[in-house]
Design a protein around this ligand. Sequence first.
Ligand code: CA
Ligand code: CA
Length: 387
Amino acid sequence: MIVATALAAATPAAGQPDHPQRPELAQGVPAAEGLPPDVVEGRISPRPDGARGPVPIFIELERTAAVDAYSAARQAGRSTSAARGAATAAKEATSRAADRVLRALLTRDAGAEELYRTVNAVPGLAVVAEPARVRELVAMPQVRSVSRIVPKTLTNSNAVQLSRTLATWQQTGRFGDGLRIGIIDDGIDYTHADFGGPGTPEAYDAIDRTRIDASYFPTAKVVGGHDLAGDDYDASGASGPAALTPQPDPNPLPCGDHGTHVAGTAAGFGVNADGGTFRGDYGALDGVALNRMRIGPGTAPKALLYAFKVFGCGGSTTLAGKAMDLALDPNTDGDCAPPGRARVRVSRTTRVRVSRCGCPCTRHRAPSPASQRPAGCASAEPTTRPC
Ligand SMILES: [Ca+2]
Ligand SMILES: [Ca+2]
């Protein structure tokens, strides 16, 4: 099993209405409003040509970036102090150029406003202005280029393109089949459509958070897990002394959506534009199809998930170590390899590889007794594949 931990502050509650047009759908991952495919594939910045303003525009300046000035000084054998001085001089030169360009812009467009300046990576000036007036500035020697600033939105539909996962799927035909991923976080909303659930707040709200309802959990995607914390748990002390004591239960349904987002990024099926679970061929997807999806697939969409809930509904946790221990044997039957293939890193130097047939994991080269081997395991399996 691959164990993913993401111990960050929990984000707003799952199960809340998530889309103005589809209030009946549950939220867990931000809705997808993908970038145009040509922008993603070719890194093409839309030009200000044809845009009607005022719009946000970045004016790249014909000056030296501070980081380049610093690096050049160091490579020339100058001291760090001298390099800092070179960087400072570069910043000041950029600022003077920005002042001059901004004054020129304001004489053409009195309503133009400065958004910010950049000096370290790319010397530039960001403004909100009429595009036609900004284009006139390219005649100035201080201006290298102008380009529209593309507003960014919270989305994940392009993630598998930007990470080249889509190309890998198409080249290898592998989608995470046979892998299991343990999510150590604030739980996984297994009712979410990204995991094949109903995808409605009603389903989320109907569940007793302290017990297992077999009609909802485990699922074909979220195949196991445990709530090590209980909803009232908070290790920070801010919620009072009673909250310091975990109240474990078998149901890892989360209060927030952090673990759900992490799980979706790892192994979510993806959600179609109509809110339904994507059941198609991942290898046949392209940028256009991904952009149409409400939630893009995870990078290993056919992997299975385990939810190890270590947070309450707020605060902090000290239970991650317990979760990592449990991840080796989620169903606590002493067999650390559920059927399938698993790989667990248990220390910096020891890698445990468990055979595909699910033979008992052993830390030694001695063969496992036949009585401990699941039916179908080759008798020599543990000896030829020591943990
Ligand atoms: Ca619970
Ligand atoms: Ca087990």
